[in-house]
Design a protein around this ligand. Structure first.
Ligand code: F6R
Length: 242
């Protein structure tokens, strides 16, 4: 994998925005998978401040993952989060976001609908974050590498790490995610990792066995995935290299 070390979160955010803009310039109407979480916020803010990011108003955006069992207009659902963090600041029309319906009654049908859309559009660029347990989107440990888009039961660890966002005991237990097999078809993939609390899992992702136990290791089976990580996140990996 192409691992690019940057000094800190600010540099990571600027480097990610610059690489995304460089990549999308190769496509006339790029399709881009977008994560939520804290890590991409700086990148999204850097894009919002960059006039070149107007190119993204013609992009086709695809939501990486979404909670299930909450209202479609609940401000806590991840599509609304993406609207606030990226689409509104960049004046990208809401209709350009292919989103999961967090209120869908038939979850299997909803996952299949998104899988079909992604299959039809294709993925030019996938931007991803790394879960503290190695998850990608909500592909939790144990997710096989050819998994499709589906409804997933969150692990206790993911529920704990999302409690700050939802409040204790309020995190929805199920979520939709594009599958690892779906994401593996992306033409370009960028993983963003920041901070000391990701150092162990990033070292495992980069050096440990390639296995569904750490779903993010699927990235090593792709050709040309890029990781941008800051010094704190790469601390254990550098130690591992001696
Ligand atoms: C959210 C997502 C998750 C996060 C991961 C890291 O859309 O895809 O896999 O990327 O949980 O979250 P942060 O960035 O908050 O550390």
């Amino acid at each position: 994998m192409d691992v690019r070390e940057v000094r800190d979160y600010g540099e990571l955010s600027r480097a990610a925005a610059a690489l995304l803009l460089e990549w999308v310039a190769d496509f006339s109407s790029p399709s881009i998978v977008l994560p939520t979480g804290n890590t991409p916020l700086g990148c999204y803010a850097a894009l919002a401040a960059d006039p070149r990011a107007r190119a993204l108003t013609g992009a086709r955006l695809i939501q990486l993952d979404e909670y299930h069992g909450i209202a479609r207009d609940d401000p806590r659902n991840l599509a609304e989060w993406l609207m606030r963090a990226l689409l509104r600041p960049l004046a990208i029309p809401a209709a350009r976001l292919q989103r999961f319906d967090s209120s869908a009654g038939n979850a299997a049908a909803e996952a299949a609908r998104m899988e079909e859309i992604v299959e039809a559009i294709g993925i030019d660029v996938a931007i991803l974050g790394l879960g503290p347990n190695g998850h990608i989107g909500f592909n939790e440990p144990g997710s096989i590498f050819d998994s499709p888009t589906r409804l997933i039961e969150l692990t206790p660890e993911s529920i704990r790490s999302n409690a700050a966002y939802w409040g204790e005991g309020r995190v929805p237990p199920f979520a939709f995610s594009l599958g690892l097999g779906t994401l593996a078809r992306a033409r370009r993939t960028l993983l963003l990792v920041s901070g000391e609390r990701k150092a162990d899992i990033l070292a495992e992702t980069l050096n440990g066995p390639i296995s569904p136990t750490v779903p993010a290791t699927y990235l090593r089976a792709l050709s040309g995935a890029v990781v941008i990580a800051d010094q704190l996140a790469l601390r254990k990996w550098r130690g591992g290299r001696g």
